[in-house]
Design a protein. Structure first.
Length: 142
């Protein structure tokens, strides 16, 4: 079986790289962890069925990451999304519940604490479904 594909989306490129490298080191070769530079890049990977788990940090200007989560929920409803945020608030938690996000973690935390959640989430997830051309025509910035 090919490695599980995990994509990290964070408006802070340094935080995304730290998360990506740390998770890749801890998870090993059975997983391929990538840091997407933008929500649009992450969406293209999701639309191409190249993502098994999406890890998102909706920052203070979260409109593009929220749009990403909405569009993923619409077109890839079985794709698990894990929110890992440095901007925890009651309002953000409420928005995540509205989007059906069940995996929510507030930073700071030891990334090792995510490993059981990642393993359980992926073992319970459905295989990647074939994508349609209509998915690729959508842009999150529209």
């Amino acid at each position: 079986m090919p490695p599980w594909q995990i994509h990290v989306v964070d408006e802070d490129p340094v935080a995304a790289l730290i998360t990506q490298r740390a998770l890749q080191a801890m998870l090993g070769e059975a997983y391929h962890v990538l840091a997407d530079p933008t929500p649009d890049t992450a969406w293209l990977a999701c639309a191409n069925n190249s993502v098994d788990l999406l890890i998102v940090d909706p920052g203070p200007r979260a409109s593009s990451t929220l749009a990403l989560m909405r569009v993923v929920r619409s077109f890839r409803p079985g794709l698990p999304i894990l929110v890992l945020t440095a901007y925890d608030s009651p309002g953000l938690r409420a928005r995540m519940r509205e989007l059906g996000i069940e995996r929510y973690f507030a930073k700071p935390l030891d990334l090792r604490d995510l490993l059981p959640t990642i393993a359980a989430t992926l073992s319970a997830s459905t295989p990647k479904s074939p994508g349609g051309a209509s998915l690729l025509t959508m842009s999150l910035s529209a």
